[in-house]
Design a protein around this ligand. Sequence first.
Ligand code: GLU
Length: 450
Amino acid sequence: MSYVDEIYERVVAQNPGEPEFHQAVKEVLDSLRLVIDANEDKYRKAGILERFTEPERIVSFRVPWVDDNGKVQVNKGYRVQFNSAIGPYKGGLRFHPSVNQGILKFLGFEQTFKDSLTTLPIGGAKGGSDFDPNGKSDREVMRFCQAFMTELYRHIGPDVDVPAGDLGVGGREIGYLFGQYRKLRGAYENGVLTGKARSFGGSLIRPEATGFGAVYYLESVMKHEHDTLEGKTVAVAGFGNVAWGVVQKLSELGAKPVTLSGPDGYIYDPDGITTKEKFDFMLEMRASGRNKVQDYADKFGCKFVAGDKPWGEKVDIIMPCATQNDVDLTQAKRIVANNIKYYIEVANMPTTNEALRFLMDQKNMVVAPSKAVNAGGVLVSALEMSQNSERISWTAKEVDDKLHQIMTEIHDGSAECAEKYGLGYNLVAGANMVGFQKVADAMMAQGIAW
Ligand code: GLU
């Protein structure tokens, strides 16, 4: 049996009940076959894939906090420190009822590749809790964040592990988390978290970075295809921070985002989500904690479709910015039926493996993988770390230029690598190979320390 297949079986056997983790590992291993086959003896002997698919450390802890009625609530807390071969662990914290160890392993594994792709020195991690911030008061969120940090602070630090936001963790939560870290630690180490507010070391452009970066990556795809964003319609899923950055940059570059989605359904706005009023309203919808995209349709008088996803709409470009497994085979078939050429993943693993394979098999379709497309967020987080350690602050233009430049490099590097291995314009395989190579080289060079 090939080394790659052996490892997949091993991962399934050793991580029962964690289908998302199996799915992420399979997608990556399939892309790595050529690279692994070319170095099979070397990698086998060093156990590189066994180590690559096993987190360096998982911290799992109890988070007790007091709700507004004085009752004690208990949630689960985790940090999965996946790989630190190329830098301190880096990756977001997710507060969402769906969070469990398997989901965080999948996200930490993906993060290792993504962080490697940024070309900056950061390792991969992910953490979070099954705490649901929706419907909680501000004080409850603060008390939860403090309780969460009371354990987490022992495991993180500016040169150890640097968490940030993800689903359910935005600027407000990062503020509360940092306040508690600073108190417990007794030192001003603001490089311990990224996505901070400006007043205590946050970077300009960090809130927009994931969305802007995704559109910069898309720009490179269009350039490769001798096409342009001007006048293109785009179906966007989600309505959170990432979708907010995406629609703004799309509009600025002359494209027209027409959909957003939420747990309740999706909206279709034929005029485009292209005005400041609409961008600002997205922030309001998110801050309201109602988690309903229908509010947009009510406000701007456009179509709302309950209980469905926007993938049946005829557009030029698809950008899923919500969460994992938003596009399964049935949804993928709707996309193909509409003859859409550009499928740009933005959320982490928004496509099931089956759907991804189906889309990649379409002759005229370009598929771009989330771990490259959404790397702009963590990339600017790494720039925030640099600014914090130098105790300086860069201008928005400096950060944005760097983001733009590196996103272009990520696209071009993946495209080149896939070409080199004879795979054509395969951005999925290219990203996995480039991301893997750097981490594997560092692991090989450092011996069997980990
Ligand atoms: N949660 C984001 C991601 O998936 C950002 C992580 C970070 O900035 O550390 O990449």
